[in-house]
Design a protein around this ligand. Structure first.
Ligand SMILES: [Zn+2]
Ligand SMILES: [Zn+2]
Length: 417
């Protein structure tokens, strides 16, 4: 028997309803903020991610699905491990910088990373994200964080925590990294293997280490917030003020860093308790140097986020178990073949008015009522030749058990109430 590949999964009903819900909510929020969808290919040239995500990251060094194309030049292709690099590539390729105003783009879809399979981690996983390109203003940072909060709240999640930080810019960060490197010389030998290596190659990423034994050492390392230049300090101060204006609660987490040079200033993360150890629901940040890094001739500062949809769905399932209850508004039970023909037309009429109808194919009444119960239909309409002749039907409310006589014209209105 052929089964789904390790690290991938089928999303079946009723769980798929939660996915639909989360995606509907996100689309509505993006619409309200006037963001538009961008769809980029699932695979790209490997070089895009090597540059856009960073050679030194775990993603690029060990987790990408990379393969050679069969065409003559044997291009190296990679299934997208994330989507920001693709969005920026599209932005540059289609000269979106020449469009008026900011580019406000959102996406949703599958990403691929060859991670060790464990609960809540998948090799094909899903992200919902957005990118705003064309401004360095802290007002944009605050708006994008507001969008994140809106999506999570409207999806039904509460009790999540927002962490923010600033990672500085090309003026102030190198000085911080130098002083960090200096301090790491002393303590790195007592840290994990990754940290020992990063202490040399990319000291900022030491701050990101999740190994429990390293935490007491990391806590004593210098904070980037004490090293911000005047411009970055002001930018961060405004981000905080704008969040305060919006009454969006946050905590500052100086260790929330991004190890790559094109990340600048604001970074943020949202965690949620229901998700245990891997409790980060989303991450985001500003990347003022990324477009240039990927070949843009124009300075195109940007900021974005990506929500781990698999984890968000898991958290929503826990917070809103009612989401898993899907039921038809109406179950129509025709008593015979002639009645079925009549009911098919009736069902189409009601469906066109937005009513969710399950039309049975006929059979014994007892059996049909069993099905109606099993699928938890909210109402049942039994249709025999008498009902058709009279033009009125008996509508049974399955919650209350009440029955009433309803004519065809009233039916849709009744069901909507
Ligand atoms: Zn700075
Ligand atoms: Zn470590």
């Amino acid at each position: 028997m052929i089964k789904a590949i390790k690290g991938t999964r089928d999303i079946l009903p009723p769980a798929s309803a939660v996915w639909n819900h989360v995606e509907d909510v996100a689309r509505r929020v993006f619409r309200a903020y006037n963001y538009q969808e961008i769809r980029t290919p699932i695979f790209e040239e490997t070089a895009l991610f090597a540059r856009g995500v960073g050679e030194d990251t775990d993603i690029v060094s060990k987790e990408m699905y990379t393969f050679e194309d069969r065409d003559r030049d044997k291009t190296s292709l990679t299934l997208r491990p994330e989507n920001t690099a693709s969005v920026i590539r599209a932005y540059i390729e289609h000269r979106l910088d020449q469009q008026p105003g900011l580019q406000k783009l959102y996406y949703m879809g599958p990403m691929f990373r060859r991670e060790r399979p464990q609960k809540g981690r998948y090799r094909q996983f899903y992200q919902i994200g957005a990118e705003v390109i064309g401004s360095e203003s802290p007002a944009v940072d605050a708006e994008i964080i507001e969008i994140v909060v809106e999506i999570l709240t409207r999806a039904g999640l509460d009790g999540f925590k927002l962490f923010i930080n600033s990672v500085g810019c090309s003026t102030c960060r190198p000085k911080f990294v130098a002083s960090l490197k200096e301090q790491l010389k002393e303590v790195a030998p007592r840290m994990c293997e990754d940290c020992q290596r990063r202490a040399e190659t990319n000291p900022l990423r030491v701050l990101d280490c999740k190994v429990p034994e390293d935490q007491p050492i990391i806590e004593k390392l210098p904070s980037i917030l004490d090293h911000l230049c005047e411009v970055c300090e002001k930018h961060f101060r405004y981000v905080k003020t704008y969040l305060d204006d919006r009454k969006i609660p946050y905590a500052i987490r100086p260790r929330l860093v991004r190890g790559l040079d094109y990340y600048t200033r604001t970074t943020f993360e949202v965690v949620h308790g229901a998700l245990g150890a891997q409790n980060s629901v989303l991450g985001g940040g500003r990347y003022d140097g990324l477009a240039e890094m990927l070949g843009s001739k124009v300075h195109s500062p940007g900021i974005g986020f990506s929500i781990g949809e698999d984890r968000l769905v898991m958290a929503v399932e826990e917070a809103r178990p009612d989401m898993l209850l899907h039921s038809a508004d109406l179950f129509i039970a025709p008593m015979g073949e002639e009645e079925l023909r009549h009911c098919a037309i009736l069902a189409r009429e009601l469906r066109a008015k937005g009513i969710c109808v399950e039309l049975a194919l006929g059979g014994k009444l007892k059996r049909l009522m069993e099905i109606a119960n099993k699928i938890q239909a909210r109402n049942v309409l039994i249709v025999g030749s008498d009902e058709i002749a009279a033009g009125t039907y008996t509508l049974k409310n399955m919650m209350t058990g009440e029955q009433e006589s309803v004519n065809r014209a009233q039916l849709a209105e009744k069901l909507k109430n």
